[in-house]
Design a protein around this ligand. Structure first.
Ligand code: E4P
Length: 232
């Protein structure tokens, strides 16, 4: 499963992109509204940093407006994927945009029926919101599993994005169920790093190595020789 970052913050993308784990990003109007600066510049900066698909969302409520905004957003950067909200107008816009070769991420999908409509309209990605389903006591794992089953059974090629991820357990559920992508807030990506045994293990390695100072000297010299050889 590929990992996207779900944010409007360039600083967060800079931080996490440096780990080498990001395949793309998603923004939405709420996330961008928290940021200072021109939204177009932010989207372009995120596109350059992740070097993969970056969703930027339309806000019009009618299909014609969504199509016009989608075409304009796509012109911001070659990595822009147009994010379109799920409803009748959004389906029509998705059909038109994808017919023009513009990738669409259909968002705000909460059921397998909605997901099948989104895929039938041509959506490249279908985003199922796990956290918001759990918030209303609908088991997000059950809904995602249904979507995966329906897509696999029907040979649907749209990719499933597990979205509205609230904790690392959502990420594991999405991966086990076969989602192609999960889009995660920076907070959850940071939480995925942590394990007490990793921290105590690293501390133990460090202390054992420091108990042999001559080994430290040996590794420093080895590293310097290697760096000098690569410079010459
Ligand atoms: C997905 O693309 C959305 O931006 C996002 O995951 C929404 O999540 P939220 O429920 O945390 O707002």
């Amino acid at each position: 499963m590929r990992l996207f970052i779900d944010t409007g913050s360039v600083a967060e993308v800079e931080e996490i992109a440096a780990w080498g784990v990001l395949a793309g990003a998603t923004t939405n109007p709420s996330l961008l509204a928290k940021e200072q600066g021109d939204p177009g510049d932010i989207v372009r900066r995120i596109c350059d940093l992740v070097g993969g698909p970056v969703s930027a969302e339309v806000v019009s409520e009618d299909a014609a407006g969504m199509i016009a905004e989608g075409r304009a957003l796509r012109e911001l950067h070659e990595h822009v994927t147009v994010k379109v909200p799920f409803n009748e107008q959004g389906l029509a816009a998705t059909h038109a945009l994808t017919a023009d070769g513009i990738p669409v991420n259909m968002t705000l999908v909460f059921s397998a029926n909605q997901a099948m409509l989104a895929a039938s309209a041509g959506a490249t990605y279908v985003s199922c919101f796990m956290g918001r389903l759990d918030d209303i006591s609908i088991d997000s794992g059950d809904v995602v599993a249904e979507i995966v089953d329906c897509f696999r059974a029907g040979g649907v090629t749209s990719e499933i994005i597990a979205a509205s991820i609230r904790h690392p357990e959502h990420v594991i559920t999405a991966a086990r169920l076969g989602c192609e992508i999960a889009t995660l807030p920076a907070k959850v990506l940071r939480q995925m790093l942590a394990h007490p045994l990793t921290e105590s293990g690293a501390e133990r390695f460090r202390k054992d190595w420091e108990s042999r100072p001559e080994f430290g000297e040996w590794l420093r010299e080895l590293t310097e020789r290697s760096a000098a050889a690569s410079r010459s």
